[in-house]
Every structure is written in structure tokens, then in C-alpha cells.
Ligand binder design. Structure first.
Ligand code: UT7
Length: 328
């Protein structure tokens, strides 16, 4: 089977930094609590006139440059996000326009923090059956727009950013070796936005949802327990189905949600923390952007080298989870 291969990465984070010390002034929290419970020191917040599509464009330009491609080479664009510019049209169409991807089809992938993993898996399937050949994947979020900065349970965790990857068919033994995706919709209310959809639409007479209903609502403890199980399980599965052992894995590039979840995942697959790429402390949880943001940093800093076997695993609202194993 033809393997899909990442040949270019790029990322972008907004300039504004929101530190734990800033958050101490906004809610009843402390730098010490946030660091010890999550591993996060600061996160980035988009500017007032910056929307998710703008973050996408900056990351995508860098990925195109690394892949040595032009905008009109791309035949499929997938944007993984839960914070599109509009409910209609898809943010991928907005990004297509801003980048001038005139030969592409465009779609949004809504799988929360596992969105980039879902997109890579879809890209693998399309490349394998030759339906699309030069695919751009972007994971991007402006979580600050759906975060309640009066809710200390959530506002200390999330940040904004974007990461992109260009995927084509591999002509050697590098590329995606295995993928695994799973979801459990029974747990959808553990992490969700109550209002804004059809279930609780906006009303003119004020009888509808309250302001707080438009923000993320999360049961952190339950999500945590599930994340530890599901990310480890997904990582184990992709290693096994590629016919590899933990000792064959050079890097785990996980979803950056919580340092303790990452440590538990590494432990489950028997990987020492020296082989785990972490940039969580700088950006917090950027949902669909977190893996491509980390991957780009690892690639550009020379941490990831040719022929390295890399596992990426993620979980998120839905609940959704999954993993991808690829050889660089
Ligand atoms: O990508 C998916 C997105 N979601 C996640 O990744 C969330 C996964 N869950 C987590 O990362 C963790 O559960 C949290 C970091 C959210 C919370 O850590 P925890 O160790 O599970 O803490 P907890 O929820 O058990 O709360 C412990 C205490 C509580 O006080 P009491 O009831 O023991 O008095 C909380 O009210 O900490 C309190 N607390 C805080 N204290 C200071 C909750 N949030 C804060 C806060 N600052 N920001």
C-alpha cells in the first residue's frame, strides 16, 4: 500500500502571551497549582483582528515553503478545528481563499483535540487509493474565543495556535505505517459547548441560552481518566499493527494537554521521557493545533531525524481519540 508522507511542516502562534501570573489576577488560581497539575506556564492568545483562518494561513505558508510547493499544487485541504471563523462556510474554504489554493477541495475535520490525527488518517486513505496527491492538513484553534475566563477549571488550560503539514505519496519506506481512530459519543457531555448549535440556538427574546453556555464546559477529572487510558491504548495499537516494538520508537509527539497524561502515555508504551517531545509549558492545550505545533518545532529544531519512528496520539471532546505511527 502506498504510504502517505509528511514532506513539510509549519506553525504559528500569536504574539500575546497569557502567563500563569496573569491568570492569578483573573481567577482564584496560582502559578504553582497550574504548573503542578498541568505542566503549563503560559499560553498564546490571538489578537482582536486575528481569526482562526489567519493563524492557519501563517502556518500553511511555512509548510508549503518547506515542502517546496506552490499554493496551486495542493489538491485537498483539511482544516481540523472546533473554532472555525464561521458556522458557515467551513473555515477550510476561508483558508483556501486566503492562500489561493485554486485547485483544491476543502473540508473541515471536527474531532476536537484528535482532529490532526483524524486528518492524517484520512490523508493516508486518500493517498493510498490515489484520490488526492498533495494534501495540506492544518490543525488550528482560537480556543480563547470559547474559553470562559471566569472558570478556573478550564481557562488555565487552553491557548491559541496553528500547525500545518503537507502530505504526499512516499517513494521509499518512510511515511505513515499505521493509524487508529476511535470515538465514544456516550461521553460527549464531558467536554462540550452547550449553546450555539441547533440544540440550544440563539433566540431574539432572551429565552435561550445564557452567555456562559457559549463557552467550553468540561468535567476535567473524567476526561483525565479517559485520556490516560485511551491515548496509551491507541499508541500501543499503532505500534503493534505496524509490527514494531516500543524499543523501535524514537519519538512520541503527543497531544499536549497535561504533562501527567503525557507521562502516563509514555509509561504505558514503555518509552522514557527523553523520547517524548513536549512544548506544553509554552502553549498550553491548543487542541487540534497541538500535535502539528509540536511536530513542527521538533522538525525545525533538528530533534526529529530521517528514518525516526514517531508515534503521535491524541484524545479530545466527542470523545474522540487515536494515534498515527510514521517514519520520518
Ligand atoms: O484535550 C482535552 C481537554 N481536556 C483536558 O485535557 C482536561 C483533562 N483533565 C486535567 O487535565 C485535570 O483533571 C485538570 C488539570 C483539569 C485538573 O487537575 P486535577 O488534578 O484532576 O484536579 P481536580 O479537578 O481534582 O481539582 C482539585 C482541586 C479542586 O478543589 P477541591 O474540590 O479539592 O477543594 C478544584 O476545585 O483543585 C481545584 N481547582 C483549582 N485550584 C486552583 C480546579 N481548578 C483550579 C485552578 N486553580 N485553576
Amino acid at each position: 500500500m502506498t504510504r502517505a508522507k509528511i514532506i513539510g511542516t509549519g506553525s504559528y502562534v500569536p504574539e500575546r502571551v497569557l502567563s500563569n501570573l496573569d491568570l492569578e489576577k483573573m481567577v482564584d488560581t496560582s502559578d504553582e497549582w497550574i504548573k503542578s497539575r498541568s505542566g503549563i506556564s503560559e499560553r498564546r492568545i490571538a489578537g482582536e483582528n486575528q481569526s482562526t483562518s489567519d493563524l492557519c494561513v501563517e502556518a500553511a505558508k511555512k509548510a508549503l515553503e518547506m515542502a517546496n510547493m506552490n499554493a496551486d499544487d495542493i489538491d485537498l485541504l483539511m482544516v481540523a478545528t472546533v473554532t472555525p471563523d464561521f458556522r458557515l462556510p467551513s473555515v477550510s474554504c476561508v483558508v483556501q481563499d486566503k492562500l489561493g489554493l485554486i485547485n483544491a477541495a476543502s473540508m473541515d475535520i471536527v474531532a476536537a483535540c484528535a482532529g490532526f490525527i483524524h486528518s492524517l488518517s484520512i490523508a493516508q486513505a486518500y493517498i493510498a487509493n490515489s484520490m488526492y496527491h498533495r494534501i495540506m492538513i492544518i490543525g488550528a484553534e482560537e480556543l480563547s474565543s470559547i474559553t470562559n475566563y471566569k472558570d478556573r477549571n478550564t481557562c488555565v488550560l487552553f491557548g491559541d495556535g496553528a500547525g500545518a503539514a503537507i502530505v504526499t505519496a512516499s517513494d521509499d519506506d518512510s511515511g505513515i505505517l499505521s493509524t487508529y481512530l476511535k470515538s465514544d459519543g456516550r461521553l460527549s457531555k464531558l467536554l462540550y459547548i452547550p449553546a450555539g448549535g441547533v440544540a440550544q440556538p440563539y433566540t431574539h427574546n432572551g429565552s435561550g441560552p445564557t452567555h456562559d453556555d457559549y463557552f467550553l464546559s468540561m468535567n476535567g477529572n473524567e476526561i483525565y481518566k479517559h485520556a490516560v487510558r485511551s491515548m496509551g491504548n491507541a499508541a500501543e495499537r499503532v505500534i503493534k499493527s505496524a509490527g514494531l516494538e516500543s524499543s523501535d520508537i524514537d519519538w512520541l509527539v503527543p497531544h499536549q494537554a497535561n504533562i501527567r497524561i503525557i507521562q502516563a502515555t509514555a509509561k504505558r508504551i514503555g518509552l522514557p521521557m527523553e523520547k517524548v517531545f513536549i512544548n506544553l509549558e509554552k502553549y498550553g492545550n491548543t487542541s487540534a493545533a497541538s500535535i502539528p505545533l509540536a511536530l513542527d518545532e521538533a522538525v525545525r529544531s533538528g530533534v526529529i531525524k530521517k528514518n525516526d519512528n514517531i508515534v503521535s496520539a491524541a484524545f479530545g471532546g466527542g470523545l474522540t481519540w487515536g494515534a498515527v505511527l510514521f517514519r520520518w
